[in-house]
Design a protein around this ligand. Structure first.
Ligand SMILES: Cc1cc2nc3c(=O)[nH]c(=O)nc-3n(C[C@H](O)[C@H](O)[C@H](O)COP(=O)(O)O)c2cc1C
Length: 206
């Protein structure tokens, strides 16, 4: 039995393609794995705070040195990290905004990447502490940035997410791209068919 943390980050609701695709995956997964549990977080509609000076001071000092302001500032981070570590698998719905992830998802990452909790600084360098997990990232993009395309270098979303998730120790990461959504009916429909097939495959094999 696995526990899944499902996070969406589109600013849109019913029109969101990334939400529609993560929902399709989660519904299929629950049907195939009825005893698995899911925690849901909606960053697009309920963003987490940005880090602040008090947050940074709290993150780099022992709890006994924390002022009331620091305790309040670091509280969301403690909660979000507990939630992250309690899950075995992650399903992230991430639109591309301006070649990368939405600011709401970046604010979330800034809350969960924390020395001593999700990564360690050792004599041998940095070490991710979030080990033994799997992540499925389902994206939505107006354009297409597939390997070999002239646009490939504009995709700062997948390389960034692979980098920062890997930094925390999450190295088993699968991407499904719902891309080409603004490139006309033919491209969009082909891409959606491919994304839905990849979702079905992930339901069976992830
Ligand atoms: C603020 C904003 C910035 C965007 N920037 C890009 C971009 O840089 N590249 C791209 O391919 N699509 C871009 N798009 C298009 C979205 O990726 C596309 O509409 C996607 O479907 C949004 O995800 P959603 O359907 O889950 O809301 C942008 C959309 C918005 C709203």
């Amino acid at each position: 039995m696995a526990h899944i943390l499902h996070i969406d980050s589109s600013a849109r609701g019913e029109r969101s393609v990334s939400r529609m695709l993560t929902q399709e995956f989660i519904q299929g997964w629950k049907a195939a794995h009825p005893t698995d549990t899911v925690t849901y977080r909606d960053l697009g509609h309920h963003p987490v705070p940005f880090v602040s000076e008090a947050w940074i001071a709290a993150a780099f000092s022992p709890p006994e040195a924390h002022t009331p302001e620091m305790i309040e500032a670091i509280q969301p981070s403690n909660q979000l990290i507990d939630e992250l570590l309690a899950a075995d698998r992650y399903v992230f719905g991430v639109p591309m905004y301006n070649l990368t992830i939405p600011a709401t998802f970046k604010a979330y990452i800034d809350q969960i990447v924390r020395a001593g909790r999700t990564f360690a600084v050792t004599e041998a360098g940095y070490k991710g502490l979030v080990e033994g997990k799997k992540a499925l990232v389902i994206t939505a993009e107006g354009g297409q940035y597939r390997p070999g395309m002239p646009t490939e270098g504009y995709n700062f979303q997948e390389p960034y997410l692979r980098g920062i998730l890997g930094f925390m120790g999450i190295t088993d990461v699968t991407f499904i791209h719902g891309d080409g959504l603004s490139l006309g009916d033919e491209v969009r429909e082909k891409s959606m068919t491919e994304a839905k097939a990849a979702i079905q495959q992930a339901i069976e094999t992830w």
